[in-house]
Design a protein around this ligand. Structure first.
Ligand code: PLP
Length: 399
């Protein structure tokens, strides 16, 4: 006789991404939740309508903006990847997710702390709309760690983190920053798009709101814009209220594509991470390269934190070329055969862009030995990508 299965036994992430958010009451015998399109929901009577309006509409059909099982299924699957989380809300892009989470926690007169390495639209939200609303932002050195305590002032209400920074890849000491924030009753938010919960579990480490640009690894196929915020214990209500008040919602078709992508996310991240590290290590040995900014390489700022806290690396990193100028960088990029030139990352295909982080910084100075490029490594053959880059580096040297 075999032992009975313990329903409380831990489940591995590979299993969670396959099973998460699938409920037989939503799907019957169908494996994937169908696309439930809706704006109007019909009620049986006035009494039925009135009762529904008074009820908590979480996981109840109410009106299209509050979602249908198609969106709830994806939201639940993301929540299940963050043990201890209360729930997940979905947004029409990663930037919408960041904006809504910040608006949920900030009020006029508050101060927000943002790392100098943050994604530029996050900076621009802070310096634009939030500033107009009377919220001030102080940009800080992403490597500050426990030293964040000294930056916290009487008006500080929230600390934003992005780890690693998506251009320069400094890994932040999230647990140290969270500890300092908790000691002062300050809310923490993390843009966890690079790692996803598969490589860094944010809620377990005390982060209040963990944000994903699902456009990247969750969707994984470069064809949908989508964002999510997963709330830690006691944090859902403020987020949900702001989400509803701002009218944020996601189409069932996009949510369905998000769920479709999620099922293979672990396989893709593992493979893209393996290939990216092999390419990063190869680039590090090249005479045309000054530095490779990849959290798994020992000289990356915050590597010891990465080694302590992360389950692995995903497929995005940057390269500082040695000397040379923009003409050489353009020659390198324009001639590549297997890398598309375009924004975003986390899809199945390789991409490259030129980056100039020095123009975005205000709290710290960014110095580099030469022009920089950012590589998103896809699922192509690693050898093909290396051969392509080798030819590109030859063009860089020749220019
Ligand atoms: C780190 C990071 N966060 C958030 C976003 C925004 O996501 P979206 O493009 O879905 O608005 C991006 C997009 O490039 C990003 O790189």
């Amino acid at each position: 006789m075999t032992d009975p299965i313990d329903p409380a036994a831990p489940i591995a992430d590979a299993t969670r991404v396959v099973q998460g958010g699938r409920r037989s009451e939503w799907t019957g015998g169908i494996v994937n939740p169908p696309v439930w399109r809706a704006s109007t929901i019909l009620y049986d009577s006035v009494e039925d309508l009135r009762t529904n309006a008074r009820r908590d509409t979480h996981h109840r059909l109410f009106y299209g903006r509050r979602g249908t099982p198609t969106q709830w299924s994806l939201a639940d699957a993301l929540t299940e990847l963050e043990p201890g989380a209360e729930a997940t809300m979905l947004y029409p892009s990663g930037v919408a997710a960041i904006a809504t989470a910040l608006l949920a926690v900030l009020s006029p007169g508050d101060e927000l702390l943002v790392p100098d390495s943050a994604y530029d639209p996050t900076r621009s939200l802070a310096s634009g709309l939030l500033k107009r609303m009377g919220i001030t932002t102080r940009f800080y050195d992403p490597m500050v760690g426990a030293g964040i305590a000294e930056l916290i002032g009487p008006a500080t209400r929230a600390i934003f983190m992005e780890s690693p920074g998506s251009l320069t890849f400094e890994v932040q000491d999230v647990p140290a920053i969270v500890a300092a924030a908790k000691a002062r009753g300050i809310v923490t938010l993390l843009d966890n798009t690079w790692a996803t919960p598969l490589l860094f579990r944010a809620i377990e480490r005390g982060v209040d709101y963990t944000i994903l640009a699902c456009t990247k690894y969750v969707v994984g196929h470069s064809d949908v814009m989508l964002g999510s915020v997963t709330a830690g214990p006691g944090r859902l209500e403020a987020l949900r209220t702001a989400t509803y008040q701002l009218g944020q919602c996601v189409s069932p078709d996009d949510a369905w594509l998000g769920s479709r992508g999620l099922r293979t996310m672990k396989l893709r991240i593992d493979e893209q991470g393996r290939s990216a590290l092999a390419i990063a290590e190869w680039l590090k040995g090249r005479p045309e390269v000054a530095r490779v900014l990849h959290p798994a390489l020992p000289d990356c700022p915050g590597h010891e934190v990465f080694a302590r806290d992360f389950a692995g690396a995903s497929g995005l990193f940057s390269v500082v070329l040695k000397g040379g100028g923009d003409a050489g960088r353009i020659a390198l990029i324009d001639g590549l055969r297997h890398f598309g030139i375009g924004y975003s990352w986390g899809g199945y295909e390789s991409l490259v862009i030129p980056i100039d982080p020095q123009f975005y910084r205000t709290a710290t100075k960014w110095d580099a030995e030469g022009p920089m490029i950012r590589l998103q490594i896809g699922l192509e053959d690693t050898g093909d990508l290396i051969a392509d880059l080798e030819a590109g580096l030859a063009r860089f040297s020749a220019a």
